[in-house]
Design a protein around this ligand. Sequence first.
Ligand SMILES: Cc1cc2nc3c(=O)[nH]c(=O)nc-3n(C[C@H](O)[C@H](O)[C@H](O)COP(=O)(O)OP(=O)(O)OC[C@H]3O[C@@H](n4cnc5c(N)ncnc54)[C@H](O)[C@@H]3O)c2cc1C
Length: 414
Amino acid sequence: MSSSDRLSHFSLKQEAVTFEPSRHAGLQRLGQFKPRAGAHYANQRNFDLGSDNRSTVSGLSPWIKHRLVDEKEVLAEVFSVHDLSASMKFVQEVFWRGYFKGWMQQRPSVWHYYKSNLKLAFEGLERDLSRKADYVEATKGRTGISCFDHWCSELKSTGYLHNHARMWFASIWIFTLRLPWELGADFFLNHLIDGDPAANTLSWRWVGGLHTKGKTYLACPSNIAKFTEGRFEPIGQLSTTAEPLTEEVDHSLVPLMPVQPMPEGDFLLLITPEDCQPNTFIEAQPAGVLGLLPASNSHQSEKVQAFAQGAVADALSRFEHLTSPATATNNWVEHLVEATRLAGTTQIVTSLATLGPVASHLDAAKARLAEHGISLHQHQRTYDGLVWPHATKGFFNLKKKIPTVLTDLGFVMQ
Ligand SMILES: Cc1cc2nc3c(=O)[nH]c(=O)nc-3n(C[C@H](O)[C@H](O)[C@H](O)COP(=O)(O)OP(=O)(O)OC[C@H]3O[C@@H](n4cnc5c(N)ncnc54)[C@H](O)[C@@H]3O)c2cc1C
């Protein structure tokens, strides 16, 4: 790292990010960040300067996760200031999200296997009280490893962690504390306001050596000291080895569903926390709009639920004359049947949800809605349709295709 790189984050003023669940706030943050999406991001992105200074990264993940601001808009804003070669590192990071989502969508057993092993891991804690105590101490940030304890409390108080802190945290969880990775992934999903089943599950698997088989990520004190600007240096506290985790199962590739055309005629638009901008690509006017979220589970933080609820409410506010408030419920069928009846239609259109709680609700609702004569259409964004087919193997395959995908999205590349 050159001395000018080193100086440049000091020369920026302290820059905390306030995560408000609105499109307006997401666009404001994008506008603030975009001048730095070129060389500054490439050189500084690994520095975690703490929650009161997010100047090295975009901090856009909570808005992108809920698609209050989507990937194409982020790329367009960045290209208004930088060309592709200058912003390549940032662009690649944006594509990592689509890579993980497309990869897991084509290997659904990874998600189902994680969910069933998570249940087993919780049951295992009841049989091993010493491990249970370690788990409780870890989730309360009382391990005595000060960086880990700090990130635990930062995660709970802000709903966000820097990427490097997530990697260090997951590595310490798996290799130093020797806790099951599924419990750590669950803890993240319950506290990250950008919590995404694909990005989170596959990142934890990547740290543990299950995604790129045999390749693990080991957190080490000198790397932590360097990239936290000396805030932490856990000498002698961390495991110095990282034996890859293994699993018996081979996750086979399941072809993506063919893209369905939009149905003809009137429809009810269903907005979920998976996509709070469906009006940007579903052009027809809906006959009614409904916003639904999965009911909060008892472990989910209030911040996570409040951001998701706020994001859906923000999306609904763009259809003022057509809507009722966003509802968090596990009884989707009843709400959908009633709203469809009120809208005078028998068709529901919603954005295609990838594996996770929203997709589970939609899958469960589909057959029951059919019994009421109501069809459910899940519409795929062009961006996802272009990215996911390249996410069958390692990221490198998608990385090679980035210029082609950008051209297909309508960007003019020099
Ligand atoms: C253990 C672990 C768990 C994670 N869990 C999640 C999660 O639940 N949800 C989530 O969105 N990301 C997750 N990530 C990826 C990454 O840490 C976050 O996307 C990133 O820190 C968000 O901060 P940012 O917006 O400032 O990112 P920036 O560095 O500014 O990147 C811009 C955008 O690119 C995308 N992106 C960047 N890095 C990644 C990545 N490695 N994987 C996928 N997308 C990426 C995000 O949408 C991000 O907003 C996880 C990483 C690890 C190591």
